[in-house]
Write a protein that binds this ligand. Structure first.
Ligand code: SAH
Length: 233
């Protein structure tokens, strides 16, 4: 940190140090987090808090994940740059942007059409050409783009949706990261193809909004929940 750093630069550096302390050690992941302008993914009235290590509300009852969780999940995917990635739960599009920095292409599925459209527009304006956003039930994956080298689920499932395992590449080293549990207790799991088997690693306790299976219906996106409502305690 130098005296000439702007407040924004200071906040970014502080966040990177905090993520490093909590286990995000992959330099490429830290660089991607420094590069993607998180303030563009949160409601205007929360911009000043965009670089805090906290989840923030993005409207429709949904949240942009905490930077630490984005960092840990992205690091667990071990991206080299040539992977095709499937993300379930586009939300603000922030995680998709981080993935787009580190992989060849990203297919992201969002159940809520309003969120999907604003995320797609935001990513387009920021110049991400290697991300596709689709409206759909991500528990069914997105068969048209399968197989995927990596799959990341950013909403909590009660089990690994079978469609996602079918769409994960059979190749050695293919990886899936997913929070599993109920609304109170979830564990983040990494599944990795190793020697023809799926190896599971527990990455720790997390808290995500639920993965809602089935088609979206009008009104269940809690439209009245204005963007910028205070974060849940
Ligand atoms: N990755 C997001 C945060 C995810 S919040 C970001 O970086 O901002 C979880 C998102 O999953 C919400 O937007 C929610 O609408 C979506 N979601 C819930 N169930 C889903 C499903 N079955 N298919 C696709 N998206 C789903």
């Amino acid at each position: 940190m130098t005296a000439s750093d702007s407040p924004r630069t200071r906040h970014i550096k502080e966040l990177l140090r905090e993520l490093h302390r909590h286990g995000v050690r992959d330099q490429r992941v830290l660089l991607a987090i420094a590069k993607v302008p998180r303030e563009r993914f949160v409601p205007p009235e929360l911009r000043e808090r965009a670089w805090e290590n906290r989840p923030l509300p993005i409207g429709a009852g949904q949240t942009i994940s905490q930077p630490l969780i984005v960092g840990l999940m992205t690091q667990a995917l071990q991206l080299d740059g040539d992977e095709r990635v499937l993300e379930i739960g586009t939300g603000s599009g922030y995680q998709a942007a981080i993935l787009a920095e580190l992989a060849a292409s990203v297919t992201s599925i969002e159940r809520d059409p309003t969120l999907a459209h604003s995320a797609a527009e935001r990513l387009r304006r920021l110049g991400y050409r290697n991300v596709e956003v689709h409206v759909g039930d991500g528990s069914k994956g997105w068969p048209a783009g399968a197989p995927y080298d990596r799959i990341i689920v950013t909403a909590a499932a009660t089990r690994v949706p079978p469609a996602l395992l079918e769409q994960l590449s059979p190749a050695e080293g293919a990886r899936l990261v997913i929070p599993i549990g109920d609304s109170e207790h979830q564990q983040l799991y990494l599944f990795e193809r190793r020697g023809g088997r799926l190896r599971r690693t527990d990455l720790g306790a997390v808290r995500f909004v639920p993965l809602v299976e089935g088609e979206a219906s009008p009104g269940d996106g809690k439209e009245g929940d204005a963007p910028g409502s205070p974060p849940a305690p």
